[in-house]
Design a protein around this ligand. Structure first.
Ligand code: DUC
Ligand code: ZN
Ligand code: ZN
Length: 472
């Protein structure tokens, strides 16, 4: 009661009534129905005066327990979804993994086994295709019935996840037939691997050179190629973790020319830069400190204006969503595999806990409207990935996934502060946010109440997703 309900399309004072797991009313404050003041007669009343009431965040790009670079992402489904909940996210979509040479069905079964009974919040899966063959093309026919209506291919990482253009074309043809959404890691992997090897041969082994090898030209080129293959096959395309302004320009050009393509960026590409990574140094790690910010696509140069361009693209709808690509690795025993050779640093940054706050800071600094904040972090993810109606909106019939956000609160980010991710460092150490997640409700259950965690492992259920609303 008493809060301002914010949706992707507007805001207003309203009380939200939840019965069991489901929202049953969005009412004028103080509403009386059948002679009863609903707010007063409810079993539990939460005072949201002065706060925003928003649909729970949806992070459509996480990697819990991902095997990568000879190790495994350090958040389990248990620790990762709990951290997400602390940060106002009530649904995640993780990537079930098929690596090159393994069977796709085995990967999906393994992912269900990892997640089931362990999650704090609801979760869905995309399917990673580690290459395309007759077997995986056939398997695609079964995806939608499993509630997996999107899949990801990689133009990078030869030998691990990589698909060549012919394979991509074949999968896209199939996806167009089936109504599946193709997600693309758009970087020219074979060329990047040559550049990376040349740098290492020259003795340029520090983490910073990861970003030099993965030059923006490699992202622009692959983004363009993916758009063209999608256009030819009439497959809708969603480009993940866009970081280069030139890649955004490719997406903008394609959309202006009527192509059904979409782009996601991540908080790290809005806030962090290659220059800061280069400047990072510590007594413990020296220049290897920069490994904390090794992710792919990489951080980009601030001098070249990539970060400003990402914020702009979020306003102009050249980019439609913000997910985290949460892929956490500890420095000790994981990132340090790459001491002396940046190619061996497991790629990834952990942000699942901070996305709602980091994006709210964009509201505070005047980069985004409140409504756009909700749209980018909850409503569009729900629509893009076939969950809208149940998720992404506060309306009768929707799941009771609600976050009460306090614009007068404050959040200090970092290890030992607001940090529940299973990592020994934070890429966001020292960030200060003018806002705070106050209360998190997941399918009608209060799981975060101020500084208390009331959720439990197993609260979260698998979400069988429908087809994307962005199919045409
Ligand atoms: N990028 C990352 O940073 N980590 C995992 C995979 C990816 O594409
Ligand atoms: Zn990727
Ligand atoms: Zn990813």
């Amino acid at each position: 009661t008493g809060g301002t309900v914010v949706s992707a399309t507007g805001r207003g004072a309203a009380d939200v009534l939840i019965d069991g797991e489901t929202i049953v009313g969005v009412l004028e404050p103080g509403s009386v129905l059948l002679g009863t003041n609903l707010a007063e007669s409810a079993d539990t009343v939460i005072d949201a005066t002065g706060k925003y009431v928003i649909p729970g965040g949806i992070d459509a790009h996480t990697h819990f327990e991902l095997p990568f670079g000879g190790t495994e992402a350090s958040d389990t489904f248990e620790s990762g979804t709990r951290a997400a909940a602390w940060g106002g996210t009530t649904t995640v979509i993780d990537f079930a993994v098929q690596t090159t040479g393994t069977r796709i069905q085995d990967g999906l079964a393994r992912w269900h086994a990892k997640a089931e009974g362990n999650c704090a919040i609801d979760y869905g899966f995309h399917q990673i295709m580690g290459g395309v063959d007759e077997d995986s093309l056939k398997a695609m026919e079964g995806f939608a019935a499993e509630g997996i209506t999107s899949y990801k291919m990689f133009m990078a990482y030869p030998g691990v996840f990589y698909s060549d253009d012919g394979q991509i074309l074949r999968a896209m043809q199939k996806a167009a037939d089936l109504g599946l959404l193709t997600m693309m890691h758009a970087e020219n992997g074979p060329a990047i691997d040559v550049l990376a090897a040349q740098l290492v041969e020259q003795g340029k082994t520090d983490p910073y050179y990861h970003g030099i090898a993965r030059a923006w030209q490699m992202e622009e080129e692959a983004t363009h190629r993916a758009i063209m293959l999608a256009d030819l096959t009439r497959a809708p395309l969603y480009v993940v973790h866009v970081s280069a302004k030139q890649a955004v320009q490719q997406l903008a050009w394609a959309r202006d020319n009527g192509k059904n393509v979409f782009g996601e960026t991540c908080p790290q590409y809005l806030y962090l830069s290659l220059e800061e990574q280069l400047g990072a140094s510590s007594d413990e790690w020296g220049a290897f400190e920069g490994a904390k910010w090794v992710c792919s696509t990489p951080l980009r140069s601030r001098e070249e204006g990539h970060q400003d361009h990402m914020w702009q693209a979020l306003r102009t709808n050249d980019l439609q969503m913000v997910s985290t690509d949460h892929c956490p690795f500890c420095m000790k025993g994981q990132k340090d595999l790459g001491v002396g050779d940046f190619r061996k640093i497991p790629n990834g940054i952990g942000s699942v806990e901070h996305r709602m706050d980091l994006m709210y800071q964009g509201v505070v600094t005047g980069q985004l409207s409140l409504e756009r904040w909700v749209e980018l972090t909850s409503t569009t993810p729900a629509r893009m990935f076939g969950m809208y109606g149940k998720k992404g909106v506060i309306t009768p019939g929707a799941d009771g996934d609600v976050v009460i956000y306090d614009p007068n609160g404050h959040t200090s980010i970092g290890v030992g502060k607001t940090h529940h991710m299973n990592m020994d460092h934070s890429a966001w150490e020292g960030f200060e946010i003018d806002g705070h997640v106050d209360t998190v409700i997941s399918r009608g259950k209060v799981i975060v109440d101020g500084n208390r965690y009331l959720g439990a492992k197993g609260d979260g259920r698998f979400v069988k997703r429908g087809l994307s609303q962005y199919l045409i």
